[in-house]
Design a protein. Sequence first.
Length: 505
Amino acid sequence: MLVFLPIFPVSAAGESLLDNPLRELFVKPLTEAFPKLELRGYLMNESDILLHNTGDTPLGGGRHLPIHQQFQRIEWVGELRYKYYFTPNLTLVGQLDFLYDASFDWQKRALGKDAAPERELESFHSFRRWFREAYLLWSTGDWELRLGKQQIVWGKATDIGHFVDQAHGYDLRELHDTAVDDTELTRRTVWMADISYYLANTPVGDLEVELLWIPDYEESVYAPSPYLQSTAFIFRNRSRGLRFLKTDKPSASFKNHEWGARLSTFTKGGWDLGLYFLYMWEKAPTNFIKGIDVAALRAGRPWVVVEPKPARMTMLGGTVEKMHHFLGKDWTLRGELAYFLNRYRATRNEQPQARDIVAGFLAPGKDGYARRDEMRWALNAETTFKPPFVPGPSDWILTTWMSVYNYFGYDNDQTEMGKTLDKWQTFGIVSISKGFWNERANFSTAIAYNDGGSWRFAGPKLTYEFTNTFNVGVGYSGYAGNRDDVWGWGDRNFDEIQIELTYTF
């Protein structure tokens, strides 16, 4: 008996057509035809299966709205990154992204229709979304210029995002999904110029000066109601009386452009220090109250007229990073601080009162907000350890993270999402990760806590690399807490099992 076995060609790198078909059929022919071209990418599916979805009574009380959403998302993501070396000093760098979230079509009856936000979130259908990055990188001597559509990543404190990263809006279909690997995709890129100058061996160490000019504006986008992680759904009863006008976005005139600067140094003593400045637009519009409509109130229609409008924001920031040995271990210590000047904050004194309703108009300048300064700082420490009674080396990674928000000019009048805002807010995270089986498998888990008494659980999560090009991840994400807190509300709506399938080429 003759047995015929299929034979797949094997590349010099040891990969066959079966191992990495896209690389063999697509990437290799192109890079061989254009030797100055580099290509790499991935295909991924991430499905988040909800464990329960009560559509519970919204924060602030009100009518319960049962829905039947089964998936938080069913995302199909494709990414292609490219580089083309025109000369040793000039390179075209870019990234094309495709995203289709099947949860909108899968759950039409549960989610209903909200055309504009859904179209923006369901797929990267527009040029601005799928044409993610494309910039020219020019370098000569100590100068470097990036010109085009791109993103910048500032900050040192890890695990929950960077406070000094305020230059971009985000795709916030999942409110608390701020893991680094996700923000690489959800951060909304903009057209900008980024120029850096390097100066070595100064008295304070190696210096880098970076200047930003951003003529583009991209706001954050949120999931539409009744998507479970939509702010419009979570706080739906607090906005029932609001009539929103069209968002007044900044024009493209020069006066509306955004600016930034960074000064960083790596000292001879091993200190990595940074100072930051941003003069930007807030990426979420401020809902200024423009007036009240007494006739609409009497008729039971939305009666508070609101104009969403982005506000200018100035940020001063600083970061520090240092390797240090104490308690018998090597630690990586990081710190980060962001100070916001004259940021708009909702205040109770600025909200419509009974006398305003009777009079039929608001007092001049009474738009629901007052300007306040705000400071955020974070500390992050990372080391390795070995749990008790566990064999093997001390190669478990322990990361701790603490952040504090402080609001200045506080007079017990500030509100956020309808609640009185604490003058001080504290958050903490502890995470553990470990690689197994020659790093083909990885285990991770994290617990976050806020001073309101609520918890978030990111994990346990296990990923396994079946081949050099294909890996699978399974994890849990959950919440617990008070009924008047977003995390507590998530305890009854957001808990989910996450499944990830990734193929790289």
